[in-house]
Design a protein. Structure first.
Length: 265
């Protein structure tokens, strides 16, 4: 039983597809329920359709992760309908159309800070809070935070890096108390991913050399969830490429993307 936040598109969608393909009943959240209600392609309905067409089981739930009451109601629903939660993937993230890495932070709107730390860092904390309440009594579970090498080097925007660094700190500091109850928490660093937004910006602004497919990180999460010794990795930030080398998965053509930790200083 899995929950993937921010699964209407992007990395979250890829994670949901892979978890469902592995046999997990997969709940997905996002704000875009139907195609055409967002400037970007992708919706919960589309993700659910793709999962079900492949034979998986998906439950789409419209949820604004800025609203704690909606998030709490989501976890209550999962408990009521499933009675358990095995995997949480925190992938919800909000990137404003104003974000341009070529523009210095003082020339961008201050609200970019709230956008990326409210839906990204804070929303992951809130979901982790509720997930722990479900997983700790069961003495099992895996929480995965979709982070980035932006935690340790500049990427996109000052606020983006602060948010990712804080997300990795949540992973590190939540690990010891969760470990006592059999729950693992890991940050995963994808490299550049061929998401809907990245493909839209690919005309020179986002290099795609060595980029990941949308589902690559999801394969790493499936491998983590199946690892009986996953607790050895709890509290860590791990690149998706490293996970592929440890667990032996690759892209459909057998290749592997670049490592997000290369040249990290």
């Amino acid at each position: 039983m899995a929950l993937v936040t921010g699964a209407s598109r992007g990395i979250g969608k890829g994670c949901a597809l892979e978890l469902a393909a592995a046999g997990a009943v997969t709940y997905i959240t996002g704000r875009t329920m139907e195609e055409g209600s967002s400037a970007l392609p992708g919706s919960l309905a589309r993700t659910a359709h793709d999962i079900e067409e492949a034979g998986g089981i998906c439950v789409p739930v419209a949820c604004d992760h800025r609203e704690d009451d909606q998030v709490g109601a989501l976890f209550e629903r999962i408990e009521r309908e499933q009675g358990r939660l095995d995997v949480l993937v925190n992938s919800a993230f909000f990137v404003s159309g104003d974000l341009d890495p070529r523009v210095p932070f003082w020339e961008t709107p201050i609200r970019l800070w709230d956008d990326m730390l409210d839906v990204g860092t804070r929303s992951a904390y809130v979901a982790t809070h509720f997930a722990a309440r479900a997983m700790v009594p069961a003495r099992r579970g895996l929480i995965v935070n979709i982070s980035s090498a932006g935690a340790v080097r500049f990427f996109h925007h000052l606020a983006y890096g602060v948010g990712k660094a804080a997300l990795d700190r949540i992973t590190r500091d939540a690990a010891p108390p969760l470990r006592e109850h059999g729950v693992a928490i890991v940050s995963v660093w994808p490299w550049v991913v061929k998401t809907e937004r990245v493909l839209e910006l690919a005309g020179g602004r986002v290099p795609l050399d060595g980029a990941e497919s949308q589902r690559f990180t999801g394969r790493g999460i499936v491998a983590l969830a199946a690892d009986s010794e996953v607790m050895k990795k709890t509290g860590q930030a791990i690149a998706s490429r490293v996970l592929s080398e440890v667990y032996g998965f690759a892209e459909d053509d057998g290749s592997r993307p670049r490592n997000a930790m290369d040249n990290v200083r």
